[in-house]
Ligand binder design. Structure first.
Ligand code: HJL
Ligand code: ZN
Length: 176
């Protein structure tokens, strides 16, 4: 089905093609989207911003920078004030080609935590669309979906693109 969710997940895959192929992480693409207008507020891909950055991390940090928040690592919530009264968009969603991480071998702040950080002012991201469960390569079974669900975030799996996503995300990995 060419639902908007499939269209936006394909956009995430396209973005992930910009990520360098390395054996030490995955190539992922992400969007920050306002609903119900489906306006794309920011895009991101693995290693887009300097440092060992994830796709969701880059999209959120770029949006924060757009809003004049220059310390997205610690002040991300400042970029997510409640919407002005009467605004049509009342929800923020993240689309990501892979489940947000809940554990990173580097020990850096996880994307699940970053997503939760956006809600400190009572608004922020409340919906995550993802196209693939994280493979067990680095951290075993990922707790990303569970951690976010337990925290009240609505998770929606966009099925059907797994093969495409796996091909891109594992490009830097040695293939047996
Ligand atoms: N959802 C997601 N988006 C990304 O952009 C990305 N690179 C990962 N990857 C998850 C994987 O678990 C971590 O890449 C490893 O655990 C290594 O950790 P670092 O990335 O070095 O912090 N996951
Ligand atoms: Zn992550």
């Amino acid at each position: 089905s060419s639902s908007i969710h499939h269209e936006y997940m394909r956009e995430c895959i396209k973005l992930s093609l910009n990520a360098p192929a390395k054996p030490t992480n995955f190539r992922v693409g992400a969007l920050l989207v306002a609903e119900p207008s489906h306006t794309i507020l920011a895009t991101g891909y693995t290693l887009e911003l300097p440092g060992n950055t994830h796709a969701e991390q880059s999209a959120l940090a770029k949006y924060a920078q757009q809003k004049g928040v220059d310390d997205p690592e610690h002040r991300l919530a400042d970029a997510f004030p409640p919407p002005p009264p009467g605004s049509t968009d009342t929800k923020l969603a993240i689309y990501t080609s892979m489940e947000p991480c809940a554990l990173r071998l580097s020990g850096n702040k996880t994307c699940a935590q970053r997503i939760l950080d956006t809600r400190a002012q009572g608004w922020g991201v409340t919906k995550v669309y993802y196209g693939l469960k994280e493979p067990e390569t680095f951290v075993g079974e990922s707790a990303g979906v569970k951690m976010l669900t337990d925290a009240g975030i609505e998770l929606e799996y966009v099925a059907g693109l797994e093969e495409e996503i796996l091909t891109v995300t594992l490009a830097g990995h040695a293939h047996k």
